[in-house]
Design a protein around this ligand. Structure first.
Ligand SMILES: Cc1cc2nc3c(=O)[nH]c(=O)nc-3n(C[C@H](O)[C@H](O)[C@H](O)COP(=O)(O)OP(=O)(O)OC[C@H]3O[C@@H](n4cnc5c(N)ncnc54)[C@H](O)[C@@H]3O)c2cc1C
Length: 469
């Protein structure tokens, strides 16, 4: 254990996408910067137990499913396809390892001092680090980027074996017989897809009358239809009330939201993916007068300033979408403000993606939101079935839907279910960032034959000018 007292312009607590990106930008702007991380590796939830490992096994499991069900159609015959789960997991772990080391390298390259240990704010401008490194850090500015943890249901506590969070569902040692997923949002659907493709029966129980959280209802239903075809089972408007473990079986009890009818379902693993909550334990926020809201999120005002001068907060620990790119953009905006400039994040253009196959991606308002706000809009939509590239790939499920202001034609929302929707949504984000109209998209070149042409056709459809069919 080493002891030291060092002075910095900025000390950031938490090295997830919010924290480490903020640190790099602070350092680039000439601020003497330190980052404190309680985990063994940098990168936070996203790199260690979130975005990256989940996408690695989503990709691998999709290859497995294609080898089993689709390649023969392309004339590629493999014979009997078998699963080597341990190799699949090793590949995932290597990707995570490479990327977390990459972040450590970036810290060094940008001269950000890294302290491994738990950080707490002990007095104005002072962060105490306890753990692998023991240090007292003095800072003009303190940034809290401590992220979030999975929400636990009080009547169904995580035991890490039968009732698990996404962290354990990323590393099951064998394919479950029957995985019950509580919560039909992004994480539940992604992890459900992985294990479904690898051979598990998967049942998703969702409290709401639709999956995909606040996403556009029509497209959420489109995605559910395709996932059902793949074999995923859904119980909507269903409230989970408890679970009992006997031997190797978990019985999950539920009741219908509409009429209270009770029932139960049995499986060998239960993934509880009902959301995440901010993590601020042990930071000393109470003592420092940093206010939290009723959801435990750190309240921030202009430029991510908390209720206490000199302390800022970004990412999952604060209100708003719990997404890596939201945390990153806030990190950059805050760094630019601390560096003497003016940082800005356009919250109207935060894209969200569900990496199932097909993927679902959206940006801006859904039809339900526009209706609720009485905003008049035109809608144009175009299916992937009518797109040449989608046919060549053999992935024709889904559509692009564009919602544009009725008077000005400005794009208000874009929603995609389809192949590579995660990449396609970038065009919609840029269009919205620049205040584009649907006609702007319709008049822009889109190379042929590409999936992106579906975006253009949807834009033409807003003006009822669809050409391809
Ligand atoms: C399974 C899963 C899949 C996901 N997939 C995606 C996706 O595809 N795309 C996407 O955009 N988002 C995804 N997310 C969400 C994404 O991971 C988070 O939104 C993102 O990581 C938030 O970044 P952050 O920097 O705010 O916090 P985090 O990434 O949570 O990082 C916070 C860090 O702070 C550290 N910390 C906490 N307290 C202290 C302390 N007192 N001292 C020192 N260190 C501390 C933690 O150890 C952690 O490393 C996924 C999440 C999960 C769980």
């Amino acid at each position: 254990m080493s002891e030291s007292v060092q002075e910095f312009d900025v000390v950031i607590i938490g090295a997830g996408p919010g924290g480490y990106v903020c640190a790099i930008r602070c350092a680039q702007l000439g601020l003497k910067t330190a980052i404190v991380e309680k985990g063994k590796t940098l990168g936070g939830t996203c790199l260690n137990v979130g975005c990256i490992p989940s996408k690695a096994i989503l990709e691998s499991s999709e290859h497995y499913a294609q080898a089993q069900h689709e390649l023969a159609d392309h004339g590629v015959e493999l014979g009997k396809v078998s699963l080597n789960l341990s190799n699949m997991m090793k590949r995932k772990d290597k990707i995570v390892g490479d990327l977390t080391q990459g972040v450590a390298y970036l810290m060094k390259k940008n001269k950000v001092e890294t302290f491994y240990g738990t950080g707490s704010i002990v007095s104005t401008g002072v962060v105490q680090v306890a753990g692998e490194t023991s240090a007292t850090l003095k800072a003009k500015h303190i940034v809290i980027a401590t992220g979030s943890v999975p929400i636990e249901l009080p009547f169904m506590k995580f035991d890490g074996k039968f009732i698990v969070s996404s962290t354990e569902a990323l590393k099951f040692e064998k394919v479950p017989e029957h995985l019950i997923v509580v919560g039909g949002g992004a994480i539940g659907l992604e992890m459900g897809s992985v294990w479904l493709r690898l051979g598990a029966k998967v049942t998703v129980i969702e409290f709401a009358d639709k999956i995909c959280g606040p996403a556009d209802k029509q497209l959420s239903n489109d995605l559910m239809r395709v996932l059902k075809k793949q074999g995923m089972e859904f119980m909507l408007s269903t409230k989970v009330t408890g679970a009992e473990i006997k031997g190797k079986t978990v019985t999950v009890n539920f009741e219908s939201v509409s009429d209270g009818t009770k029932g139960s379902v049995q499986g060998d693993k239960v993934l509880v993916s009902v959301g995440r909550k901010p993590f601020t334990d042990g930071l000393g926020l109470d003592k420092m007068g940093v206010k939290l809201n009723e959801r435990g999120q750190i309240v921030v005002g202009e430029h991510y300033q908390t209720s206490t001068a000199g302390i800022y907060a970004i990412g999952d620990a604060t209100p708003g979408a719990m997404l890596a790119h939201k945390a990153e953009e806030e990190g950059v905006a805050l760094a630019e403000t601390l560096g003497g400039g003016v940082g800005h994040v356009n919250y109207n253009t935060v894209p969200s993606v569900i990496y199932t196959w097909p993927e679902m991606a959206s940006v801006g308002a859904s039809e339900e939101e526009l209706k609720a706000k009485a905003i008049e809009y035109n809608s144009g939509s175009f299916p992937f079935t009518a797109n040449a590239r989608a046919k060549a790939i053999g992935m024709t499920e889904g559509r692009v839907k564009i919602l544009a202001d009725k008077k000005t034609d400005q794009v208000l929302g874009v929603h995609i279910v389809g192949p590579r929707a995660s990449d396609m949504i970038a065009e919609a984000v840029v269009a919205m960032e620049f205040g584009a109209s649907s006609e702007d998209i319709a008049r822009s070149f889109h190379a042929h034959p590409t999936l992106a042409e579906v975006m253009r056709e949807a834009a033409l459809a807003v003006d009822k000018r669809v050409r391809q069919m």
